[in-house]
Write a new protein. Structure first.
Length: 463
């Protein structure tokens, strides 16, 4: 429920398209675990109750206890704080390290050497890009591998992941292959446009990249996602749950075919809870992780589904695409001016002939990485806005269908926080800069107190 829903998060749509993915990966996802906006992009919390020990009533019948605040045992509280704060630090370290890698590639002539190899192999630009881009991107990926490995080791240490290293490296390899294919295509288009229009290439590349980005968003659920996880129709293993979900869909006055509901076998790699909406048109679907069904009750799962259906109904994928397209327009414009200034000052010492030189690519990526990083609060804020809307929709759509629906939603957030080790008290700056979702404690309290019906008010979305 907390992501990868662009929306499963803004970074997801950025990560979808080759060159943009390496930039967004550094600036928004920290390069290790794109589960959310920042390494983990925790759903977090505001103020947490820390009981000394669970009482007998808590142990015997937790489902009857009012969930009025995000509550953790002392041991889990300390563990959540330690894990989250380490992840925050890793996010910023990974960003700086990524910039350092690109600077090393420029400063020590690695990019120019690869360019010379590519140009020496063939006079055809297509052949050159097929040689240059994979060499450059693989070098960067390998140099940045230590932070990715450390990120996964953290998730293993804190029992967020159970994925063995062999499987993890295989996923990393597949991700690199997919990335190289897309990055090579986009680089070929980018430098073709730069050569044809030195002054307006940023605009024409933006125009060219949008259809590719849209196409990648369309095929990701059916082509890319299955490379990393196993999916099956939710109806196959949980027909009763699908029937219950259809009641929620009917309550919303919508039709979501049963074949658009999928179960992801997440439990082979992670302990975390999640669900998301992805794709558009014929590829649009709602995905629920099997860990969610295992760790939550059916009413809680219905709330999770209601939240995801909110993304579906409220057109968040479409709106997110438009938002990101507008952001990229500004980012490319700034990148155009920044690359000319940068090459004018250091291009000669780096051996770069100009913006149309293949060797200028790492410089452009470095500049765009900085632009994306500085823009993180805007991207995160937009995502939090959409996530809050989806929370409201989820609460409204199950009202009247699920008994004590506010408590059900609040307890779902409690379970989510316990399993995912949500930060009990994230710093305000971290929330502002990194969080793709509102703090978890805020979401829990909102779920428990949102009640327009008793006040005679009209619900926002489900009338």
């Amino acid at each position: 429920m907390r992501v990868r829903r662009l929306f499963f998060g803004i970074s997801a749509i950025l990560l979808t398209a080759g060159l943009l993915s390496i930039v967004a990966g550094r600036a928004l996802a920290g390069g290790h675990g794109a589960q959310t906006g920042a390494a983990k992009t925790p759903p977090a919390a505001g103020r947490v109750q820390i009981p000394a020990a669970p009482s007998a009533s808590q142990t015997a019948a937790p489902e009857k206890k009012e969930t009025q605040g995000y509550t953790l045992s002392r041991e889990k509280y300390d563990k959540a704080v330690e894990y989250s704060r380490t992840e925050y630090g890793l996010y910023f370290i990974d960003f700086v390290y990524g910039l350092l890698v690109l600077w090393v590639i420029l400063r020590f002539g690695i990019a120019t050497k690869y360019r010379d190899w590519a140009e020496g192999a063939s006079g055809m630009r297509l052949v050159q890009v097929v040689i240059f881009v994979p060499l450059l991107m693989l070098t960067s990926a390998i140099l940045e591998l230590p932070t990715s490995i450390y990120g996964h080791s953290l998730s293993l240490k804190y029992e967020q992941s159970i994925q063995r290293w062999r499987s993890w490296f295989w996923d990393w390899t597949k991700a690199q292959i997919v990335f190289l294919i897309i990055a090579t295509l986009l680089a070929w288009i980018l430098y073709g446009v730069i050569r044809r229009s030195p002054r307006r290439w940023w605009f024409y590349f933006w125009i060219s990249a949008l259809p590719i980005l849209l196409f990648m968003l369309f095929i990701a659920p059916v082509v890319i996602d299955p490379l990393f996880n196993k999916f099956e129709p939710l109806d196959k293993s949980h027909p009763d749950l699908v029937t219950a979900i259809e009641g929620v869909v009917h309550r919303a006055g919508m039709t979501i075919p049963r074949e658009r509901m999928f179960l992801m076998q997440a439990s082979v790699k992670t302990n975390q809870i999640n669900a998301y909406v992805t794709g558009f048109g014929a590829s649009k679907r709602v995905v629920v992780w099997d860990t969610t069904i295992k760790d939550t009750t059916t009413p809680e799962t219905l709330f999770v589904f209601g939240h995801e259906m909110g993304h579906y109904v409220l057109h968040h994928v479409r709106n997110g695409f438009i938002f990101v397209a507008a952001f990229l327009f500004v980012a490319f414009f700034l990148g155009f001016h920044a690359i000319h200034w940068t090459l004018g000052r250091w291009g000669g010492s780096w051996g770069i002939r100009g913006p149309d030189d293949w060797a200028s690519l790492p410089a452009l990526l470095l500049l765009l990485s900085v632009i994306f990083f500085i823009s993180s609060p805007v991207l995160s804020g937009f995502s939090r806005y959409q996530e809050h809307q989806a929370d409201v929709y989820g609460l409204e759509v199950i009202h009247g269908l699920v008994p004590n629906s506010s408590e059900v939603a609040a307890h779902a957030f409690q379970v989510l926080g316990e399993v995912d080790l949500a930060d009990p008290n994230p710093p305000a700056f971290i929330t502002f800069w990194l969080y793709s979702h509102p703090p978890l404690a805020d979401r829990l309290v909102f779920a428990h107190t949102y009640d327009p019906w008793s006040k005679g008010e009209s619900p926002q979305f489900v009338k």
